[in-house]
Design a protein around this ligand. Sequence first.
Ligand code: ZN
Length: 212
Amino acid sequence: MDPTLRAMLNAVIAEPEQDHLRLICADRFEELEAGDICPRCNGNGEEEYMVYRDGDYEIDVRNCYQCNGTGGTSNKLARRATFIRKQCENPSSQWPDFKYGLSVVWRRGFIADVTCTMAEWEQHGPSICDQHPVERVVITDKEPYVYTDPPGTRVYTWYRTIGSASRHCVRPEIFDCHGITKKFPSSEESYDWLSRRCIETARAKSAALSAV
Ligand SMILES: [Zn+2]
């Protein structure tokens, strides 16, 4: 990846509330558009390109950088830039789509929410978190265990188990409590915590991958 764009994406991920950092990324995507290639050279193009397909984008037609062929490039970087600007203008704009087959929602030009199974998150979460300031992950095949002891009380927890498919169990790397049972006063808080830990562990994996 272009090192300037990489630094800009890192800034967006570090400070997701700052729209001006997103708009700086949009400018860089547009600058990189001159290096874009045509759909033929690009295979079917990136799946992500499909998210920018709608809207009245004004896109220059360029020759392909790789084959120098006419007919234009996919313009996916310029479309991406326009998409970021348009979504930032309307912060409540939500754009549902799929990335690697996972259900995602784009807000302010980037993927904000992901809904998937734990196995899908483990496979694709690091790649998504490498490029996007993910705010929320909903894991569809996990639910907290409910303690009702003493009777009349309810607390919620996750089990820390290696390789278990149980819906209450999460891997030790996510449940980083070193054997202490972490309990949450509400189901909502247990899901908030799971989402936060899924994002943190995926970011750590994506950082480890790019450091290799
Ligand atoms: Zn080409």
